[in-house]
Design a protein around this ligand. Structure first.
Ligand code: GTP
Ligand code: MG
Length: 443
């Protein structure tokens, strides 16, 4: 996600960091580079122009400050302005207090509406809310069956009347939800082209009839500039309360994400990052910008780590680290947890200071984890507790047992020894507890 933007900003920042002072000429040059990077990533040209001007004005205004390193100061300006551009803070769903809350999902054909309905339903269910999905796409032949399938996957009921009048269907669904004391109704409408006047007035009619708390515009993040154009058209027809950008797991250049809020004045509330029911992330501008600018996304990382490790385990591990009794058994457990957090590339991509180029060099291979685990499980419990006893013949046996080479066994033992040494050092360091936890991925 946003790889191209991240790559380019990485280069700009490297140049900026080397600056002894900020001069008119390097402001000019950096502005030009930022403009090019944004346009290449398909950011809307008006948005780009306004953005570059804001950065330039601020950089010129801070020229006289002599405090921090000038380059860093410039980088902070770019960071802050990008966060502002993306809408500052995460904007949660506003569902009011009256039941049922109604969420209307609208957008172009194939943008990901039905999939997103399922993801939203799963998310709301996780928050303890009851949800009713509604099949208001009566045009595409398989649309109702698709929503039913989605409903089944996330275990949420689907309201449908077959092919009827979408306005009536939505009204009845809301009534039904009221009668069954359901918290939220999600209306999955048909995909429509904004040039299709009849279809646009139909969705307007639905909105008038059921007065939704949220009207969410679902848009394919891969479509770049076009995303802004269709957002403008939908926003002219409907009182949109939020945007959901889908398919950002692909190689979307990120242009839509960066331009769309500013273009129509509506916040991005979620992003779709996979086809699966849990592939929906709250859109948090600061975290996204940190990712784009290679500051790493420590918060996401920490959250992921938290999901994978219980507090008890964390405390136990910390004690082992302190006492330097951490052995290969624990190492294997750690690897398992790392795997639970997701693909290695994704995890590393969130680490501060890891940029795209490093990622390419690292060329992380998830299979390596599996191999490492295979090697460790070919050891005897005694060997795992005290790897120093692993001599040549034991190495050979372990290699054979795991189907890996002796070199790989050697490498693993060497890495483990280094890691242990580093941990001993860390154990002695007087760091705040939180930071230490963060360094070992346990916060
Ligand atoms: N990779 C990825 N694929 C997605 C995402 N969201 C949706 N898709 C895929 O996009 C395709 C279209 O999704 P749908 O949910 O059917 O789109 P729709 O807007 O309901 O389509 P219509 O009802 O025909 O207008 C499907 O193949 C989805 O699996 C996402 O965030 N990431
Ligand atoms: Mg659909």
């Amino acid at each position: 996600m946003f790889n191209q933007l991240a790559d380019r900003f990485d280069t700009i920042f490297r140049n900026l960091r080397g600056l002894g002072k900020i001069t008119d000429s390097n402001i000019q040059q950096t502005s030009r580079e930022i403009r090019r990077v944004l346009l290449e990533a398909d950011v809307n040209f008006k948005v780009t122009k306004a953005f570059v001007k804001r950065v330039k004005d601020r950089a010129e205004g801070t020229k006289v400050l002599k405090s921090v390193k000038p380059g860093e100061q410039f980088i902070k300006i770019i960071h802050d302005e990008l966060v502002k551009l993306l809408g500052e803070k995460a904007k949660p769903l506003e569902l009011g207090s009256k039941k049922p809350a109604v969420i209307l999902i609208a957008g172009l054909q194939g943008s990901g509406k039905t999939t997103t309905c399922g993801k939203l339903a799963a998310l709301l269910k996780k928050q303890g809310k009851s949800v009713l999905l509604t099949a208001a796409d009566v045009y595409r032949p398989a649309a109702i069956a698709q929503l039913q399938q989605v409903g089944e996957t996330v275990d949420v009921p689907v309201y449908e009347q077959g092919a009827g009048d979408p306005v009536v269907i939505c009204q009845s669904a809301v009534e039904e939800a009221g009668a069954s004391n359901t918290d939220v109704v999600i209306l999955d409408t048909a995909g429509r082209l904004h040039v299709d006047g009849e279809m646009m007035s139909e969705v307007q009619e639905i909105a008038v009839a059921v007065n939704p708390h949220e009207i969410l515009f679902v848009v394919d993040g891969m479509t770049g500039q076009d995303a802004v154009n269709s957002a403008e058209a939908f926003s002219a027809a409907l009182k949109l309360t939020g945007i959901i950008l889908t398919k950002l797991d692909g190689d979307a250049r990120g242009g839509a994400a960066v331009s769309i809020s500013e273009a129509i004045g509506v916040p991005i509330k979620f992003i779709g990052v996979s086809e699966k029911p849990d592939g929906l992330e709250v859109f948090d501008p600061k975290r996204i910008v940190d990712r784009i600018l290679g500051f790493g996304d420590v918060v996401s990382l920490v959250e992921k780590a938290q999901e994978g490790v219980s507090e008890d385990e964390a405390a136990k591990l910390e004690k082992k680290l302190k006492d330097a009794t951490f052995d290969l058994e624990d190492f294997s457990d750690q690897l398992k947890q790392l795997q639970n957090m997701g693909p290695l590339n994704q995890i590393m991509g969130m680490m501060p200071g890891v940029n795209q180029k490093m990622m390419k060099v690292l060329d992380l291979d998830d299979r390596q984890l599996v191999w490492t685990k295979a090697i460790i499980s070919s050891m005897t419990p005694v060997e795992r507790r005290d790897p120093t006893i692993i001599n040549g013949s034991r190495r050979m046996r372990i290699a054979q047992g795991s189907g890996r080479t002796v070199q790989e066994v050697n490498q693993l033992l060497k890495q483990f020894a280094q890691m242990k040494k580093m941990m001993k050092k860390m154990g002695k360091m007087k760091l705040p507890k939180n930071l230490k936890h963060e360094m070992i991925g346990l916060n």
